[in-house]
Design a protein. Structure first.
Length: 342
């Protein structure tokens, strides 16, 4: 595991950039975050499949054409969204992943990853030869969304998550079978998508547009279905229709996204001097009582109690060694080689 936890605040993002460069190779990282940036990568290898869980504050990752040319590893990258929202661009295609969705893109081609808020993703690098067959049209499966809520997509997502969680107790003799099962499930999902669907459906395209608009206007207290409909030049009825397959309505999605951002700010040291009301207002709420009730309904704890617990946790003594030593020790782990080429 590599983490910014024991790194001095002013050095956190520089350490994160260095970590991604050494660990993942040929990536450029950007952020608008301040000294409160936090990042953690937990990684492991199951034979020829490489898996990592990445948790990080808002940032951008870019693989330029020049960087892509230097990548000699022929992997397809599978990314599963666990928490937050992540945007991906490769070629002319763009997608936005929400929790319980996953996608595949080519690690040998230029791409851009945008994390507008905090994120947690599970990333698996699978050798291309393990999953691509003559029946699979890569153009139909790369940079498209797979649902982790039903069918083969759900099986693939659940197995990857479970395999990562159980890595420490997997017997060495079973690793090839586990790696093979991961490749087989991904190949089956790709095959199903390649043969059944030749392009992303129109409702999915509209859903991505709506989610993208909501994310970029989340701080606007006037954000509503009416505003979205006017901005995207569509009807409110169609917006509701697009979200029929979702677990929540558009309004509930906006509320939950705002609550998640408020929760992140309540445990953010950079906002420790801001009042709870100020934080709520900064994310589009205009009624403190409504915010407190909604927060408690969603997270089963009041905003004040949550903040107090977060402050107590952040005040706990650090582990052995100074922050400089902690950073040096973590960097030393990576100098033996890029264990998770991205």
């Amino acid at each position: 595991m590599i983490s910014t936890c024991d790194v001095e605040p002013r050095e956190k993002f520089a350490f994160w950039q260095d970590t991604l460069w050494k660990l993942c190779g040929n990536l450029r990282t950007e952020t608008q975050a301040d000294k409160s940036f936090q990042g953690k990568i937990e990684y492991a290898t199951i034979r020829d499949v490489r898996i990592a869980k990445l948790t990080a504050s808002p940032h951008h990752v870019l693989r330029t054409p020049n960087f892509a040319k230097r990548n000699n590893n022929d992997f397809l990258k599978v990314v599963l969204q666990i928490r937050g929202i992540s945007g991906f661009e490769q070629g002319s295609r763009k997608i936005v992943l929400s929790p319980c969705e996953w996608s595949i893109y080519d690690s040998q081609q230029p791409y851009r990853v945008s994390v507008p808020n905090g994120t947690e993703t599970l990333i698996a690098l699978v050798p291309r030869e393990n999953v691509v067959t003559q029946r699979i049209l890569l153009d139909n499966v790369l940079m498209r969304k797979f649902s982790g809520r039903a069918g083969i997509g759900k099986l693939a997502l659940q197995f990857l998550v479970s395999a990562f969680d159980e890595i420490s107790v997997i017997a060495p003799g079973a690793e090839w079978e586990i790696a093979g099962a991961i490749s087989n499930l991904i190949r089956l999902a790709m095959l199903d998508a390649s043969e059944i669907r030749s392009e992303v459906s129109l409702p999915q395209v509209w859903r991505d547009r709506i989610i993208s608009y909501i994310t970029s206007h989340l701080r606007d207290p006037e954000l509503s279905i009416d505003q979205i409909a006017v901005a995207l030049n569509c009807t409110k009825r169609y917006i509701h229709k697009v979200f029929q397959c979702e677990e929540t309505s558009v309004s509930e999605s906006i509320l939950r996204m705002r609550l998640a951002r408020c929760r992140e700010d309540l445990c953010n040291p950079a906002r420790s001097r801001d009042s709870i009301t100020d934080i709520a207002y900064s994310w589009g709420f205009n009624n403190p009582a409504h915010f407190s009730k909604a927060f408690k309904d969603e997270f089963h704890i009041s905003p004040r109690s949550f903040r107090m617990e977060a402050q107590v946790g952040s005040a706990m003594p650090r582990g052995a060694g100074t922050s400089k030593r902690g950073m040096a020790a973590q960097l030393l782990q990576m100098r033996e080689g890029r264990v998770f080429q991205q």
